[in-house]
Design a protein around this ligand. Structure first.
Ligand code: ZN
Length: 429
């Protein structure tokens, strides 16, 4: 169900050759999301399992290196790409008559799984949009909400850490919130390795995701700083390549902490100055420092600084974000568009949208096209078709230059919907 990713995304949704390090006792496997396996004399500890569709592939990679039984599976968080590909590991234990592995997760991960059951169809709908470029045809479910593996060791809300020892290797687990409220990360001192889950990925952090619930920029920065104190030599991120070398690990954690503090502090400052979202957003775009823009790990590959601004605002502010009472109980956009069309004809708006598009003012052109697309009568096929065609062209153009995966998918989805509508219109002629 998962397509090959474009070149730009391959560093994020990586299918890199597996890496065995520290005398082959640590195995890093990258299949869409990453799995890190630690071998001890008494068995294996598995940090994260991939998306269900890649469970077997990851399992096979691990079994090329070691045949020891899996004693622990740790979920960095309960997202579908980190906690659903457990099947082959559990099946093996069952077949061989081994003890079932302990499954470690945070209490909020259990709540998440309950939420997935309530919102089963909704999450499928959302994920098919967020990951549309990866999902062929969109028929197969990305994840089945009822196929969760119940944690057996649960970090409760009041517990910020949990430690255990296996085969003389210490495993230290910590809870911090960031991308999710169920995040846990792992420090294995004997293996000099930090496993971060999605608290660190090969992209600007996925904070302020347009489709998803609230995320926590400041706490995210704090998590990075706590991780940095461990002075790790290896960092296994949630997505992307293994980071090797103390300096590189420190740099990745430091710059991520720094950018999260930056976006948090600057938005908070503007909230205290009594500014509304639009002003804050555009000011924030202007002051974004070059050192963040240029840093490899903060590229807009998956998440985006633009989304992060929303995350901070939403953390502290309600939905009335314009300060304009017009927006408190707004009319339907269709009705507004119809009124605009009473003042001026569709062709006038189309002419103006074409002019704006020609000048490279694509976003403004879209607003004008929407007046026609929303407001005109279906019978005005000719002008409606022209408006839709121009919108399609602009969305394609914007998608081409957009680097953030989620934004690109939104633009491409929009283009796809227009193509479908255009086909229907042609049929109706
Ligand atoms: Zn992930």
């Amino acid at each position: 169900m998962v397509r090959k990713v474009s070149d730009g995304m391959s560093e994020f949704f990586g299918w890199f050759p597996s890496i065995a390090y520290e005398n082959n006792t640590c195995i890093f496997v990258a299949n869409f999301a990453n799995t890190c396996v630690f071998e001890t004399k008494d068995g294996l500890v598995v940090f994260d399992v991939p998306i269900r569709q890649f469970g077997q592939k990851t399992f096979d990679e691990v079994r090329k290196i070691t045949d020891k039984p899996v004693k622990y599976i740790i979920f960095s968080h309960g997202h579908f790409d980190h906690a659903f590909g457990y099947g082959p590991f559990v099946e093996e234990a069952r077949k061989k008559g081994w003890d079932m592995p302990e499954v470690i997760a945070h209490e909020n991960c259990v709540r998440r799984f309950e939420k997935y059951e309530i919102l089963d169809k909704y999450h499928d709908w959302i994920n098919k949009q967020q990951f549309s470029s990866l999902i062929k045809g969109g028929r197969d479910s990305v994840v089945y909400a009822y196929e969760t593996l119940d944690p057996t060791i649960i970090l409760r809300e009041n517990e910020s850490s949990y430690s255990f020892k296996l085969g003389e290797v210490n495993f230290e687990i910590y809870h911090d919130i960031g991308e999710t409220d169920d995040s846990i990360w792992l420090w294995v001192p004997e293996k000099k390795t930090l496993c971060t889950g999605d608290l660190l990925v090969s992209s600007f952090p996925n904070v302020g995701n347009p489709f998803k619930v609230q995320r926590y920029p400041k706490d995210w920065a704090v998590a990075m700083e706590k991780m940095r104190e461990k002075n790790a030599e290896y960092l296994a991120p949630g997505h992307g390549r293994l980071i090797e070398g103390k300096e590189n690990v420190r740099d990745a954690l430091s710059i991520t902490a720094e950018v999260m503090h930056f976006v948090h502090e600057e938005v908070v400052k503007r909230l205290n100055e009594g500014k509304w979202f639009e002003q804050i957003y555009h000011e924030m775009l202007e002051i974004y420092p070059e050192k963040f823009k240029k840093h490899k790990i903060l590229r807009d590959t998956y998440g985006s600084y633009r989304f992060a601004i929303h995350a901070v605002y939403r953390l502290y502010h309600g939905w009335y974000d314009s300060g304009n009472p017009t927006d408190l109980f707004p009319s339907k956009t269709v009705d507004i568009a119809r009124e605009f069309l009473k003042l001026n004809s569709e062709s006038k708006y189309l002419e103006h949208a074409n002019k704006l598009s020609f000048e490279g003012k694509f976003q403004l052109a879209l607003h004008f096209l929407d007046i026609i697309i929303k407001g005109t009568d279906e019978q005005n096929i000719e002008v409606l078709t022209d408006a839709l065609k121009l919108k399609l062209k602009i969305l394609k153009e914007k998608a081409k230059t957009e680097s953030a995966f989620i934004a690109t998918n939104i633009l491409e989805n929009g283009a796809q919907q227009i193509k479908i509508r255009l086909k229907k219109l042609q049929k109706s002629i």
